[in-house]
Design a protein around this ligand. Sequence first.
Ligand code: OOG
Ligand code: MG
Length: 262
Amino acid sequence: MKLSPETIAGLAEHLETCQLQVHDTLKITDEHPHMDWDDAYAIQAEILRRKLARGQRLSGLKCGLTSHAKMKQMGVATPVFGFMTDDYAVPDGGEVRMSELIHPKVEPEIAFVTSRELKGPGCHIGSVLAAIDFVIPGIEVIDSRYRDFKFDLKSVVADNTSAARYVIGGQPMAVAGIDLRTLGVVMEKNGEPVAFGAGAAVLGHPAAALAMLANHLGARGESIPAGTLILSGGITEAVAVHAGDHVCLRMQGMGSTGLRFV
Ligand code: OOG
Ligand code: MG
């Protein structure tokens, strides 16, 4: 760690205030070029602590920047991990108020729910598949607190990987019945298909993203409890949305989920 506990607390407060007051900021590594990965995850953990202290509940975990499309779009090369709280959850078909967000984008993701604890190190695709209760279509709404989504990896980790809202819905399926690599997804905006992909876009196999997450947490002495919702990371590039837009994600054999921006 390179930053003092006071600096970490101050940066967490700054980034969360940007989120709550809906304004952007410059990436924090401009002022703190020496901050390291542990500092970045410590800032993120402090943002979670602030939310829990206000009565919000942890509702899930997320993997990000797990597909080449996303890595290329954002100019980075390593996956990142973050969290969601219950106030980020949108009911299936529900509304997201643009006034609460800075410059949201939507991403098609595969949502997993675990039936058993997943604990790294040494976690692999096989351990993940053995611990999954079901998968279900999920749309993540990201909203970087950084101006024009311009960030580096440490800045985006500190900003809880741009997490803002999510919706899941459709037909849950057991992983035994599907090949997650060839699972097709179509995301539509206002009825027009705007992004297409297959599960393999996520690290060759979407379960690999969860194995990485379990190993990342394992290195910190933490694990993924049974019953955890986890987003795979966007399968395609993220798509910008505006008031009036309706977004629908169709996932092969699993129906669809959607939300509206008002
Ligand atoms: C970072 C979050 C990326 C994903 O699914 O790749 C993410 C960003 O692009 O702002 O959630
Ligand atoms: Mg995402």
